[in-house]
Ligand binder design. Sequence first.
Ligand SMILES: Nc1nc2c(ncn2[C@@H]2O[C@H](COP(=O)(O)OP(=O)(O)OP(=O)(O)O)[C@@H](O)[C@H]2O)c(=O)[nH]1
Ligand SMILES: [Mg+2]
Length: 537
Amino acid sequence: MVTPYRLTNRTKNHQIDLAATQVKLQERLQNLTSVCRNNKKHERMNQETRSKHSNLKKRANFAIRKSDKFKTLDSNKKGVYGKIVKSQSRKVKVDDNASNVEDGYYKKRNDSVKLKSERIEGSKSNYRGRKDGEFHRNESNGFVRKEDRRVNANDVGSKGYNKRESRDAGGDRRKKSENGENRLGFLRKYGDAKRVQLRSSAEEHKFGMKKVKSRKDVSDDSVTTFDRPRRKRRLIRVEYPHDTANKRFDDSLPTIDNTTDQNKDPEDTEENAEMSKNAQFRAIQPSPSIISFVNENLLGRRREIEFKKAGYNIELPSPLDNIPFSTSSERERIEESVFRNKLTFFAAAKVSSSFPSHDLPEIAFAGRSNVGKSSLLNSLTRQWGVVRTSDKPGLTQTINFFNLGPKLCLVDLPGYGFAYAKEEVKESWEELVKEYVSTREELKRVCLLIDTKWGMKPRDHELVDLMERSKTKYQIVLTKTDLSFPVDVARRAMQIEESLKTKKSAIQPLMMVSSKTGAGIRSLRTVLSNVSRFARL
Ligand SMILES: Nc1nc2c(ncn2[C@@H]2O[C@H](COP(=O)(O)OP(=O)(O)OP(=O)(O)O)[C@@H](O)[C@H]2O)c(=O)[nH]1
Ligand SMILES: [Mg+2]
């Protein structure tokens, strides 16, 4: 049997004590945890404070370093005016002469600076006193002119960062701040290494500083400057009088160059002659009949729209050589039966002995190089590519004979005048052409091709004279009419007709063609087919 457990008073008391202790312990535990938490918080705070502190320290150091530089600048400024205060370990060099030697303008300054230093040492009346060793310049003194202020790097530099001073000094503030920046940049770049401080013995004694002399010792120790030559102001010079960019200046500075005039003389006269020829050409009034002929045949430079309006198919080669509204480029369309024949290469001759012998009438195409002889042959026969053409003068170098069926022979002659060939070779071509033109019996007509743009040149006249002498029939054909204005085509035709009026062997009318557009080709075909028809061998 279990006896009921009865708590004694003592036990009860004990129990109460224990409960109280438990409560107390719990409270302490709570306190401790809160303390712990607080400690952690503090620790974090401490860390933050420490980092903040270190940051501040760094910034402070940086600021101190910066201020050192400013101090140096300040001391430099003072150095100029005689009172030099040591700033940290940096020193300012005195070399006024060396810097001023470069520019004669600054030489004048030496005297004024000497005067200045004397006056500074003598009394402070020229400067408004501030702190010890700091001075403001007083412009009313007169010895520091505006120009001097501008060229003095130290002075300007100090103004760069000290607004109050710049205000005091007056003048263009913006300019000064710019110079101040330059000055700072210069100091950063060249820093201590280039800076040396020199002081007069009096100053040395006064401030108790060591005398440090630069290698380039100078007699005048009272003024502070730098070794580095001052930046020269940029000047805009007109060095190239013939430069188009300087045209304005050219107009204001006319130069007379006698030597060039003397050298130019012969060419000038030629040019003037050429000019007057051009003027003469422009003065030609073409007759209404020629103008209407040019317009009817769509000769001259034209827009494609005009060809389209007239019904020609501009997709075809030499469109004006076709019947309007035709879509065919076949040679069956050619009216003149002789030109429907196939064009075949027959013979080439470099010398007169190799001229072929046959009983066909010949029609030759002569003219300057690149005038369009070979192109005209292709265009007349509408057989593109049979005769070789090139945009480089001098492609055709031999006398080439082409048979046009059994009735006619077309002859492509080498050109004369400018060509990409040696002089001797060109001379031999010319001789060959002259020989052929003057001696060939089968030759019934020479088509003398003239470039519409350039007209007849002396060599063309030479050939004309030769043909006149040898009584060879020739007909002038103006080529490349599509490159000149219609009125110029008419003028050129008038001009040449006038010049050949008295020539007996010249056959009228003068022909005008364009191998490119095909203008005038049909008319030329008609003329040439008549030659073959009535030729007697
Ligand atoms: N715009 C235009 N160009 C032409 C005409 N005729 C010829 N040409 C161009 O002129 C250049 C010379 O043509 P060619 O036929 O080789 O001249 P060439 O007289 O035979 O020249 P050489 O053989 O060197 O004596 C080529 O590029 C042709 O395309 C024309 O009527 N109009
Ligand atoms: Mg040719």
